[in-house]
Ligand binder design. Sequence first.
Ligand code: APR
Length: 312
Amino acid sequence: MAKQKVTVVGAGHVGATVAQRLVENQLADVALVDIVEGLAQGKALDMMQSAATLGFDTTIVGSDNYEHTNNSDVIIVTAGIARKPGMSRDDLLTTNQKIVTQVVKETIQRSPNAIYIVVSNPLDVMTFVAWQTSGLPANRVVGMAGVLDSSRYAAFIAEAIDCSIKDVRAMVLGGHGDSMVPVPEYSTVNGVPITQLLSADVIDQINERTKHGGAEIVSYLKTGSAYYAPAASAVAMAESILLDANRLLPACAYVTGEYGIENVYCGVPVVLNRHGVERIVEIELRDHSYKLLHQSAKTVKELCEKIAAVPL
Ligand code: APR
């Protein structure tokens, strides 16, 4: 198969780590872009100089403009400001709205066939902004949140049960914020539901810690937010698209009637392949999870309506 190409916009913590994982795993050639002069160039050059040692022959080029991004298969948007302690993801709203709009306008004309993976926060709203700006069918614009939140959930489950993380499959749906919905009934250790392995109290504690998993890291870092797990999650999604792998992953997709939710970007299980979101998978949820998913979608919708009123 011919080498594919991924543009990563934003060469900060998340973007640079995404780029590094993509080239080191030889998933695609990478064009890295950042608005700060020299930042993407410097980091790309540094990564290229690790190729001989690590043995990869994918390439990476950095720029402060979009000259190298033409004909990308996937565009990963990590540009924006990150949270500081005390800030919610929603506090980033208007600043990141302007940035994401600009990034999509610049990239779509050069890569009209690309699939977008949005990482900038507040995630669900920024994915909506990217979709609206791009004019693409909604299946080609997807947001990264569910893989990350589920990965955090899995880490806490493995720790509580004291079992191998390799056997844990966890699912978190809904918006990427305080309203996210950990789904214990679909979280298992090698098929065994965690509800049979942990008490309801412990599951509640893990659910809460998962919902605030990002804030916990922000409170340690103080000057920025998480990036290792977010980058790994974005790359897992890119991989499923680039390799046409049909993985079933929780992701932020445009929901049009599934789960009784209408016309909003929200975290749901999807099948991801070279078409982007091949389909949204409707799973049976217990009443409690179903209600929480509805509340979460409503919260996202309200934020989307709020930004629609803000002139750019
Ligand atoms: N075009 C290109 N790059 C931009 C633009 C723009 N218009 N505006 C900002 N950037 C770049 C910044 O220069 C910076 O290098 O985006 C990068 C963001 O990097 P960090 O500040 O390190 O933030 P990071 O931790 O990578 O988070 C990026 O992802 O997880 C989310 O909440 C997080 O919205 C944030 C985004």
